[in-house]
Ligand binder design. Structure first.
Ligand SMILES: NC(=[NH2+])NCCC[C@H](N)C(=O)O
Length: 270
């Protein structure tokens, strides 16, 4: 199943909402798609240290209801901001009863709690919500992830609070690597140590190098992965694992859909 989820409130601007509409048009030419309802009201109010909490809560509940009704065993979520698969990932984790490794490809950590976040924007918190530590959003989710299920991939712009949390909880992190052979080896070894039978890949487009792929609302400083390295990693991950869930987030439309993104969507369509 393909779920289009234009949730944008996490980043506080509608770039990613517009991108979801564009990607929906592109994908729905050759695939059936289901669209999650998204509020368009721009007056976002901060509650419990989360901007737009009311809208986010409504949308996450609505997306969960769709998934619990449709019961997909394989799911691609297309955002939207990088928090647009909160419901999807929680649903998949419950469906596979925690027997799921999650590779979170992102230049940012997305692992702040509401108290730690400087921005109070939910796009910096979705992993923490999935780990069960971002009330009241985590209270909506069926089964929390465990830190051991996670592989953070390509993070290069971490807040100090995120660095602390990652090291205290011994969360696995793969840095930006130049050598494709080394990358593939690290991924294979890490997935093996996790011992889970199913794989979920979350792709935030800002993991790419911003010189090569600037089409994202919050490009991170420093060198990111090349498009070639990401495509080859996605190919190999799909070939060697039971890939049940995927997601693509943080696209900013600047007049066309880049070839990289079309290719990534083809591979990640499970
Ligand atoms: N995937 C993203 N674009 N994440 C942005 C997070 C930025 C920052 N760390 C925050 O907590 O607000």
């Amino acid at each position: 199943m393909i779920l289009i989820n234009g949730q944008w409130q996490g980043g506080g601007n509608k770039d990613t909402f517009q991108a979801a509409q564009i990607l929906k048009d592109h994908l729905s030419r050759s695939n059936p798609v289901v669209t999650a309802p998204v509020c368009t009201n721009e007056d976002l109010i901060e509650k419990e240290r989360i901007i737009g909490l009311d809208e986010l809560t409504q949308q996450i509940q609505a997306a969960l209801q769709i998934l619990q009704k449709e019961k997909p065993t394989h799911l691609m979520t297309v955002g939207g901001g990088c928090d647009a698969d909160t419901a999807s990932l929680a649903y998949m984790n419950a469906l596979y009863q925690g027997d799921l490794t999650v590779i979170w490809m992102d230049a940012h950590g997305d692992i702040n709690s509401p108290n730690e976040s400087d921005s109070h924007l939910y796009y910096g918190m979705p992993i923490r919500a999935l780990l069960g530590e971002c009330p009241p959003i985590s209270d909506l989710l069926p089964l929390p992830l465990q830190p051991e299920q996670l592989i953070l991939f390509g993070c290069r712009d971490l807040d100090q609070t995120e660095k602390n949390y990652i090291s205290e909880n011994q969360i696995t992190l793969i840095p930006v690597l130049e050598d494709p052979g080394e990358l593939e080896k690290q991924l294979t070894d890490l997935i093996q140590t996790k011992k889970n039978r199913h794989l979920y890949i979350h792709l935030d487009l800002d993991v790419l190098d911003p010189h090569e792929f600037p089409h994202t609302p919050l490009p991170a400083p420093g060198t990111g992965f090349s498009a070639e390295a990401i495509l080859s990693a996605l190919h190999s991950l799909k070939q060697h694992n039971d890939l049940v869930g995927t997601g693509v987030f943080e696209f900013k439309y600047t007049g066309s859909i880049p070839a990289f993104l079309k290719n990534a969507l083809d591979i990640l369509c499970v």
